[in-house]
Design a protein around this ligand. Structure first.
Ligand code: FMN
Length: 317
């Protein structure tokens, strides 16, 4: 199981938590090749990786060959296990520059960029993409085969087109077509709407894919990975994490964020995760508000202690 690259979500602390809970491979947030070359501090920070989260893939996007090659050289210095190319991001500001899913309008460029990047590094290059630009231009079987033939080591496919953005349901059948192509030998990972252990199993057993890439189901819920693994092993659903486990995750998250970004940013950026960690606890408002308004980590840790005492034994469903 792979943790999907997610902007503002898949940062080092969150990736480490997912790894703790069973994610096999994790990916960074996407990083702009132009931003990285300009040395934008935010982009550079996205290159930080912890040893314990390996194997980790750094994901980059761009559409200009020279910049992408230069980016590969910069990224190599962080010694990731994988470099992933984002050919799937649907947002306008990325697509309008021909990057992300924008490149689905120019498959030859997509293939030649991948080929050049493969030649430029000894690290494995993987690709993440969508089914196509729109419903009328789905040629993912042929596209995946061409990417494989120029040296991509794996491909993750989100079962939507760019036109769909995030609407409707992800369609896994075309991803299975990619896998069933007898010429295909690299791993094919399915992505889109895997939010229950049953769906992860369906992706493997019904669609025959090599693994599932998990995005939204893990946001605020890194335990999703262990729940899927437990289900695969036993056929049964695992009990949700206890209050103590959630508190421990929140403490760990905050501590890692502070170690990584410093006290101020660490406290600030961890705030958005608490609501999810403690979702379901009744009469939690007062605590939530303290968690997200305390400016110092000592105060946040104290609130977490309070929550632990106050709600000890609470049974999550
Ligand atoms: C908040 C958010 C940020 C995302 N950022 C990225 C990104 O940086 N790179 C990328 O390839 N996909 C990104 N995606 C897309 C996800 O990786 C994934 O393809 C999509 O959410 C579908 O999978 P899911 O249904 O499991 O969430 C993002 C999705 C979300 C919800």
């Amino acid at each position: 199981m792979l943790l999907a690259p997610m902007e503002d979500v898949s940062d080092p602390p969150f990736r480490a938590l997912c790894k703790d809970q069973g994610a096999d491979v994790v990916y960074t947030e996407f990083i702009s090749s132009e931003g990285l070359i300009r040395d934008a501090a935010k982009s550079m920070m996205k290159l930080d990786i912890y040893q314990k989260e390996r194997p980790v893939g750094i994901q980059i996007f761009g559409a200009v060959l020279e910049s992408m090659l230069q980016t590969v050289e910069i990224v190599e210095r962080s010694k990731p296990d994988i470099i992933d190319i984002n050919f799937g991001c649907p947002v306008k500001k990325v697509v309008s520059k021909g990057a992300g899913a924008g490149i689905l309008k120019d498959i030859d460029l997509m293939v030649s960029l991948t080929a050049a990047m493969v030649k430029h590094t000894n690290l494995p290059i993987t690709v993440k993409t969508r089914l196509g630009w729109d419903q009328d231009s789905i040629r993912i079987v042929e596209v995946a085969e061409r990417l494989q033939d120029v040296g991509a080591k794996a491909i993750s496919i989100h079962g939507r087109t760019r036109s769909q953005m995030y609407k409707g349901e992800a369609d896994w059948a075309p991803i299975a077509d990619v896998k069933n192509n007898s010429r295909m030998h690299i791993p094919v990972f399915g992505n889109g709407d895997v939010n229950t252990p049953e769906k992860a199993m369906e992706m493997r057993d019904k669609y025959g894919l090599d693994g599932a890439m998990i995005g939204r189901a893990s946001i605020g819920y890194p335990w999703f990975f262990r729940e899927v693994k437990h289900y695969f092993k036993t056929g049964e659903h695992m009990a949700p994490p206890t209050l103590e486990e959630r508190i421990e995750a929140a403490r760990k998250h905050l501590q890692m964020a502070i170690d990584w970004k410093g006290e101020k940013l660490g406290v600030f950026e961890t705030r958005r995760h608490y609501t999810n960690y403690f979702k379901g606890i009744p009469h939690f408002k007062e605590y939530r508000s303290k968690l997200v308004t305390s400016d110092h980590s000592v105060d946040v840790f104290a609130v977490l202690d309070e929550i632990e005492k106050e709600f000890s034994g609470y049974e999550f469903i």
